[in-house]
Design a protein around this ligand. Structure first.
Ligand code: ADP
Ligand code: MG
Length: 404
């Protein structure tokens, strides 16, 4: 049940080490708008450089179609990395071609190079294992060892994540090891009271995690777009709010199971109802069971949990020793509907114990609302990966590193 660590690779001085990072940062007009993922890679990269390794790193960025696409170049990442490491970072304009070969050849001990976007090559994400392996072999030709430190992709069976780790002596970097340690703690022996807060847009995305966590938690708080499926399942009118009509029975089953298991299921008692889905929509607060009583009637759309609910959610969170939060409570991208998410984020920063923010939109929401990562116990760098881990799924990129 343990991941191979960097130490298992032995003395790396003078060795060429390929580090699979997750540099999939948001870009706007070619500029990085949130460098959190680049910063998250620094501890492992620094440790390897200090050990005298020749460090070769790369990542995917965006969704190029298996061929070079300049808008998804890792060049801005190499520049940012150089600033953060305060040392030169070489950059290869291809991933496994002549530029990469020359760049790697020129590396001295304790120097670092970034190879171009892994997904500029069809082999990286190919469904055909032989194609993935062939691409992984070309990366492996550049390196003596491989370190897997892109937690955001460990749930993917992709060439640089899986096959490459089979081909070379491989180990988890400190980011992956830390993520796995924290998330595993949420499955095994979390301190109680243990509260899980779920939001975001779709119930169907969160079914697996509800299944896995329901038997373990004391309180389950539900907000966001997914809550309207629960409110509809209880027979409440929800106007034009987001709803998954095919999940009503599932929601009813969860309500029943929570009651059987003695899990306190807390749903919002009030809702911020808007005239429509826009930043400047008119809005008012309504009781969750009298939703259509607003001036918008059956046209109203729930875009956030109400102030009473936000207070109740915050109290439940602050009174817990372990909290996991995934999914915003409302459409936080519109300031008028960000209060519920802000209250939940604020309460997580006040937990006397372990608070964990799942990746994806929740981590983005916390940062957008001005909560720095270090105010939480842990902010995962992987959205899908953290959810799949908590669902108890087997993640190929971890199994290949020794995790059972
Ligand atoms: P995560 O990535 O954290 O798992 P999701 O991707 O499931 O979260 O959902 C995030 C999105 O859910 C956000 O873009 C947010 O605007 C949206 N959302 C939250 N509450 C509502 C709501 N009441 N109605 C519509 N969309 C919502
Ligand atoms: Mg999302």
């Amino acid at each position: 049940m343990t991941l191979r660590t960097l130490e298992s690779l032995g003395d790396l001085a003078g060795k060429r080490v390929f580090v699979r990072c997750d540099f999939n940062v948001p870009l706007s007009d070619g500029a990085i708008t949130d460098d959190g993922r680049v910063r998250a890679a620094l501890p492992t990269l620094t440790a390897l450089l200090d050990a005298g390794a020749k460090v070769i790193t790369s990542s995917h960025l965006g969704r190029p179609k298996g061929e070079p696409d300049p808008q998804f170049s890792l060049a801005p990442v190499a520049t940012r990395l150089s600033e953060l490491l305060d040392r030169p970072v070489a950059f290869a304009t291809d991933t496994v071609g002549s530029s990469a070969a020359e760049t790697v050849d020129a590396l001295e001990d304790g120097q670092i190079a970034v190879l171009e976007n892994l997904r500029f090559n069809a082999g990286e994400t190919s469904k055909d294992a032989a194609e993935r392996r062939a691409f992984a072999e070309r990366i492996a030709a550049f390196a003596d060892a491989m370190v897997s430190d892109g937690f955001g992709v460990v749930h993917r069976k992709q060439a640089s994540v899986y096959e490459l780790a089979e081909l070379l002596p491989s180990a988890a970097g400190s980011l992956v090891a830390h993520e796995v340690g924290v998330l595993n703690g949420l499955l095994e022996a979390p301190e109680s009271p243990y509260t899980v807060v779920l939001g975001g847009s779709k119930v169907s995305d969160k079914l697996g995690v509800i299944d896995s966590l329901l038997p373990r938690v004391d309180k389950l708080l539900i907000g966001g777009g997914m809550v309207f499926t629960f409110l509809a399942a209880q027979g409440h009118a929800i106007g034009k709010s987001l709803v998954e009509a095919d999940q009503l029975d599932t929601a009813r089953a969860y309500i029943a199971r929570a009651a059987e298991r003695g899990v306190e299921l807390i749903l919002p008692t009030d809702i911020v109802v808007a005239s429509g889905f826009s930043a400047d929509a008119e809005h008012e607060v309504a009781p969750a069971d009298a939703f259509e009583g607003t001036r918008f009637g059956a046209d109203g759309m729930g875009l956030d949990i109400g102030p009473d609910s936000a207070r109740a959610f915050a109290d439940a969170i602050r009174g817990s020793r372990t909290v996991f939060w995934n999914g915003p409570m409302g459409v936080f991208e519109f300031p008028a509907f960000a209060d519920g998410t802000r209250a939940v984020a604020q309460a997580l920063t006040e937990v006397d114990g372990l608070s964990v923010v799942g990746g994806g939109d929740s981590a983005a929401a916390a940062r957008t609302l001005g909560f720095a990562d270090d105010r939480f116990g842990h902010v995962s760098t992987g959205g899908g990966a953290s959810l799949e881990f908590l669902e108890g799924k087997k993640l190929p990129g971890l199994e290949v590193l020794g995790w059972q």
